[in-house]
Design a protein around this ligand. Structure first.
Ligand SMILES: [Zn+2]
Length: 187
C-alpha cells in the first residue's frame, strides 16, 4: 500500500468497515479514501478487487458511504430512515451485478463484471448495508461511545453491550482517558 495515507480500519462487517473509511466524524475527520487509487486499495482488502477507480466512481462510493452512515445512525437511534439515504442505498444495490461464487474451499467470493466492477462492488456493499439496517442479520446497530467518533457499528457480541466501534482505537483511547482521570482524582 502507498505510504502517507492513514490506515484502514477493517471490521468483520463490510458495510460498517466501509463507513469507517471516514473516521472521527464528530472530531477532526480523517478521510481514508482520499483518492480513487485508495478506494481501489480498500476494495482489494475487502474482497472486492477492481483494476482501477475513476474520480466519478469515488464520488459515487462516498455518496453511498454517507448514505449508509446516515441510515445506520437512524436505525441505531430508532429514528425513521431518511428517504434520500434509502434511495441511494437502493439505487446502488439495484445497479450492482456481482455474483456470489462458492470456491472449492467452501468460501464465498464475489465475482464482479468486467463492464462495471466498481458499481458491482458498491452493489455488494449496499446489499450488506440493507441486511444490517433491516435487522435481517443477527446483531444490533449501535453508535460508538467516543464523542469524537459516534460511528454506527454492528454489535454481534452475545450481550449486545459493545460500546465502541473499534476496540483498538476508540475503545483504547476511552480506557486510557478514564485511567488518567482516575489517577488524577486519586492524587
Ligand atoms: Zn468509534
Amino acid at each position: 500500500m502507498p505510504a502517507g495515507f492513514p490506515d484502514f480500519r477493517l471490521g468483520t462487517v463490510l458495510a460498517t468497515s466501509f463507513t469507517a473509511t471516514l473516521t472521527e466524524r464528530c472530531g477532526d475527520a480523517v478521510e481514508r479514501v482520499p483518492t480513487p487509487r485508495r478506494l481501489a486499495d480498500w476494495l482489494a482488502v475487502s474482497g472486492l478487487a477492481v483494476d482501477s477507480c475513476t474520480t466519478g466512481e469515488l464520488e459515487l462510493a462516498r455518496e453511498l458511504r454517507e448514505s449508509i452512515h446516515t441510515a445506520a445512525t437512524a436505525a441505531a437511534l430508532h429514528d425513521p430512515l431518511p428517504a434520500a439515504a434509502v434511495e441511494i442505498i437502493n439505487a446502488r444495490s439495484a445497479q450492482g451485478r456481482a455474483s456470489a461464487v462458492l470456491t472449492p474451499e467452501g468460501k464465498r467470493r464475489w465475482q464482479l463484471t468486467s463492464a462495471a466492477p466498481v458499481e458491482d462492488a458498491l452493489g455488494v456493499i449496499a446489499a450488506d448495508a440493507i441486511s444490517i439496517v433491516s435487522g435481517e442479520r443477527d446483531g444490533k446497530l449501535a453508535l460508538c461511545a467516543s464523542p469524537t467518533c459516534r460511528a454506527a457499528f454492528f454489535d454481534t457480541s452475545q450481550s449486545r453491550t459493545r460500546r465502541w466501534c473499534d476496540m483498538n482505537t476508540c475503545g483504547n483511547r476511552q480506557k486510557k482517558a478514564r485511567f488518567n482521570a482516575n489517577r488524577a482524582a486519586a492524587k
